[in-house]
Design a protein around this ligand. Structure first.
Ligand SMILES: [Zn+2]
Length: 370
């Protein structure tokens, strides 16, 4: 039986001073409150930037640091590949399109990325790190509508694991390839994750180091709750408000277009006087935004209502991370569309707020040998 580690999204943060290397502990709320301004070193009073570069190991007693325990721990991974870890890992078409069209990578840059991606070692970490990795992909790789899967990973006994752990900030870890591991004659390395569930230990492992996996499609259907009627009622009211704002906005746009037509007719093609030209310039500057401010505020309120009902107890860092990762309701959406969005929000939120049940459901899934 695999050993489970405690899941805690409200964990604190250990940060390291860049000048004197003194480490200090910040609670989740202290970290969130100081995220923008940074912290001050208790020893040399130097500035500590609260980002990936200052992250230190959170728990020196983590079982993942014990060589003999590593293979007995349950590890986690999220991906959109239903058959992970597949023996070949070609770059998906959607990702290639994303890099070429949105990121505007050159062909050479894409080839270099492809080489690393297709040979990359497999990455596994804590439950929290796996979930945060999925949220990051949703946010950064436009993967909002992707079907994701959560995998629970069992490692083989007797793996050759690098004896110490690496700091992702100072030595290659996240981009390590299978070839690098094979060259070093090892099956896996452990590293300090500075990007997901920061301060936790993740692993880069050869495919052959994985014995078997359990899989769960996300969100978890067994956990789906009926939508809260009072929440739906509030969303409907805000949606009505948005419809009225947009209707009035359209009307005023139409009126402006009509005024513009009349002006052009009145000018009859003659040269404008300076005063007329200035008035026209002012009129153009004052043209209404494509989306009225009141409608954007109402949409934010809609998100606020749902966040209050489903993720209010999450620590600020996780809450902000979650809200940034999932698109809000659409400005031109419908009441039915809002309910679909609400259900997606609820399903994803449950992965963070009801992690015990999620993992219990995952424990019951059949093991697949790799
Ligand atoms: Zn210092």
């Amino acid at each position: 039986m695999l050993i489970e580690r405690t899941v805690n999204f409200a964990h604190g943060y250990r940060v390291k001073c860049p000048s004197c290397s003194t480490e200090q502990w910040l609670t989740a709320e202290e970290y969130a409150a100081n995220a923008a301004a940074g912290s001050t070193c208790s020893n040399c009073h130097g500035a500590i930037d609260l980002g990936p570069s200052s992250i230190a190991l959170r728990n020196p007693n983590d079982l993942a640091l014990c060589d003999r325990a590593v293979s007995r721990l349950a590890w986690y991974h999220t991906t959109d590949q239903f058959d992970w870890p597949a023996s070949e890992k070609p770059l998906e078409t959607s990702v290639v399109e994303h890099f070429l069209e949105r990121v505007r990578m050159s062909d050479e840059e894409l080839d270099a990325y492809r080489l690393i991606h297709e040979n990359q070692a497999l990455h596994i970490g804590t439950y929290e790190a796996a979930l945060e990795s999925m949220l990051r992909r949703m946010r950064e790789q436009d993967a909002q509508d992707q079907q994701f899967y959560l995998f629970r990973v069992g490692l083989r006994e007797g793996l050759e694991i690098e004896s110490c752990w690496r700091d992702e900030n100072t030595s290659p870890a996240a981009k390590i390839t299978s070839a690098d591991l094979i060259d070093q004659g090892i099956d896996a390395i452990r590293y300090l994750n500075a990007h997901e569930s920061v301060g936790s230990i993740s692993m880069a492992v050869l495919r052959g180091g994985i014995e078997s996996v359990q899989k769960l499609a996300l969100p978890v259907r067994e956990l789906e709750l009926p939508s809260n009627l009072s929440v739906i009622k509030q969303l409907r009211e805000i949606r009505k408000e948005i419809s009225i704002i947009l209707e009035e906005h359209e009307k005023s746009k139409f009126e402006r277009a009509d005024q513009e037509r009349k002006r052009i007719e009145a000018w009859g093609g003659r040269e404008l006087t300076r005063v007329e030209a200035m008035k026209r310039k002012m009129w153009e500057i004052q043209s209404p935004p494509p989306i009225p401010k009141e409608a954007s505020e109402a949409l934010m309120r809609m998100r606020g209502v749902v966040a209050f009902n489903y993720i209010k107890d999450l620590p600020t860092v996780s809450k902000n991370n979650f809200l940034l990762s999932l698109h809000g309701p659409s400005i031109h959406g419908t009441e039915d569309g809002d309910v679909i969005w609400l259900e997606k929000f609820m399903g994803l939120a449950a992965l963070l707020t009801q992690h015990q049940q999620v993992r219990r459901t995952l424990f019951c899934q059949p093991w697949r040998a790799v």
